[in-house]
Ligand binder design. Structure first.
Ligand SMILES: Cc1cc2nc3c(=O)[nH]c(=O)nc-3n(C[C@H](O)[C@H](O)[C@H](O)COP(=O)(O)OP(=O)(O)OC[C@H]3O[C@@H](n4cnc5c(N)ncnc54)[C@H](O)[C@@H]3O)c2cc1C
Length: 403
């Protein structure tokens, strides 16, 4: 059986960041990816400025093939049921519109780790001094041993399932799907990512330009109909915003997402010699921005393992200490009190809000309140408010159930 220092499951951005730290520190690191690389990844690809800085500082300038057209994004426009629209530029300038298939592959290659693609991790056993990793590749099963395993395997993480078998049942799951349309007429500014705070449209509704098409995306609780939800949004965009689109192309796509954990400050970090990072941990910022926290949490997971290997201290203790700032940062992004009175995001919501006439300001705050707290399908209104108040009054979020 082959034995290495660290196996990272998944070849995404969290994995690339973790691998970079481990390889730089001289540790033997394998990244295992179930798909053939470069692999497709459903994503809008709008990287936050903080994520952009991380990529440049750690992996260098982005090659052209890692970008979609338009190649950059100025910011986000929020749209509200009261028909107030709020464009907000990112702090620090435009950010890249990543083509995840190529950006992730570029980053993982530049990490310097050994890459094994078409290799699914199908089972894990922590023996105390090492973890046995069972893989399947082209129908062939194999075993590896690693001193540490990092699960960077996204929302449906197999590493998380091995460590917390009940967790997936305890959190709400959403479906997000997007369709691509040829444009007849589109007044939405293509320099911005557009997001609707509109309970009747769904939990997560977005649109933006990509490679000559307009993306129309919808997110809703699992079980509802993608086509039905999409049709409602398409009609709304036409009637309310004058967006005229041709029927959707055939290449629609969708996936299950664990939106809830950041919203109610509930993350999972791992046990024994296994860590979770990126979206498998629950890191996902508001409006579904998950790349910057995947990169940063991935780097912190890698640093925690390096620190543990160098000092013999518990990797779990180190990781929890080092990840605390990322947890607070991510939870703050969902915190309605932080959003209203502080600047937890990378675009200036308070300034954009204050630039509106006071009647519109009231409408926006009322619409956000209805969306986050009164939205009838949300079961977490009280938890969100308790958690937000704790952060305001005590400076920290309440202890977590799943630590
Ligand atoms: C529709 C949509 C739009 C989005 N838009 C944005 C956006 O504009 N900006 C933004 O920042 N974020 C966006 N996100 C979120 C972002 O894509 C994720 O948060 C981010 O990719 C998480 O990165 P990760 O490294 O944690 O894992 P992932 O990117 O999910 O990657 C996990 C990897 O693990 C692999 N894997 C899974 N299981 C196994 C296994 N058993 N063995 C081996 N490999 C395995 C997968 O194939 C995958 O390559 C969007 C998400 C969706 C669904």
């Amino acid at each position: 059986m082959r034995s290495v220092d660290v196996i990272i499951v998944g070849a995404s951005l969290a994995a690339a960041a973790a691998a970079k730290r481990l390889v730089d520190a001289g540790f033997d690191t394998i990244v295992m990816e179930r798909l053939s690389l470069p692999r497709h990844k459903i994503c809008s690809g709008i990287l936050s400025p903080r994520g952009y800085r991380f990529l440049i500082e750690n992996f260098g300038p982005l090659p052209r093939e890692t970008l979609h057209e338009p190649t950059s994004c100025r910011g986000v426009t929020f749209h509200f049921p009261s028909m107030v629209s709020l464009p907000m530029d990112f702090f620090g300038g435009t950010t890249p519109h990543l083509h995840r298939k190529y950006s992730d592959y570029w980053a993982i290659q530049r990490s310097g780790a050994e890459i094994m693609d078409r290799t699914s991790v199908v089972g894990l056993e922590d023996l105390g001094n090492r973890v046995i990793v069972n893989t399947r590749s082209n129908g062939v099963t194999e075993q590896f041993a690693a001193r540490y395993v990092i699960g960077a395997d996204g929302p449906s993480s197999v590493v998380r399932k091995a460590l917390y078998p009940d967790y997936d049942k305890a959190i709400p799951w959403f479906f997000v799907g997007q369709k691509f349309h040829e444009v007849i007429e589109c007044p939405l500014d293509d320099a911005y990512f557009h997001f609707w705070f509109h309970p009747e449209l769904g939990h997560y509704t977005w649109s933006h330009a990509r490679d000559g098409r307009q993306i129309v995306g919808v997110g809703f609780k699992k079980g509802d109909s993608f086509d039905k939800r999409h049709a409602i949004v398409e009609k709304y965009l036409d009637e309310k915003h004058g967006v005229k689109l041709k029927p959707a192309d055939a290449d629609r796509e969708g996936c299950a997402e664990n939106f809830g954990p950041s919203l109610i400050n509930r993350y999972v970090f791992g046990k024994g010699n296994m860590l979770l990072t990126g979206q498998s941990t629950g890191f996902l910022n508001m409006i579904g921005e998950g790349m910057s926290c995947a990169l940063h949490s991935g780097a912190i997971a890698g640093e925690s393992v390096v620190a543990s290997l160098c000092t013999n201290k518990s990797v779990q203790t180190l990781y929890r200490q080092m990840i605390a700032s990322e947890v607070t940062r991510t939870s703050d992004q969902w915190n309605p009190l932080k959003i209203a009175f502080d600047k937890p995001h990378e675009a200036d919501f308070p300034a954009a809000l204050m630039a509106l006439p006071w009647q519109d300001r009231t409408k926006v705050l009322r619409d956000i309140w209805r969306f986050v707290v009164l939205y009838k399908e949300f079961k977490w209104g009280r938890q969100i408010m308790a958690s937000s108040l704790s952060r305001l009054l005590r400076g920290r979020y309440p202890p977590q159930k799943w630590l």
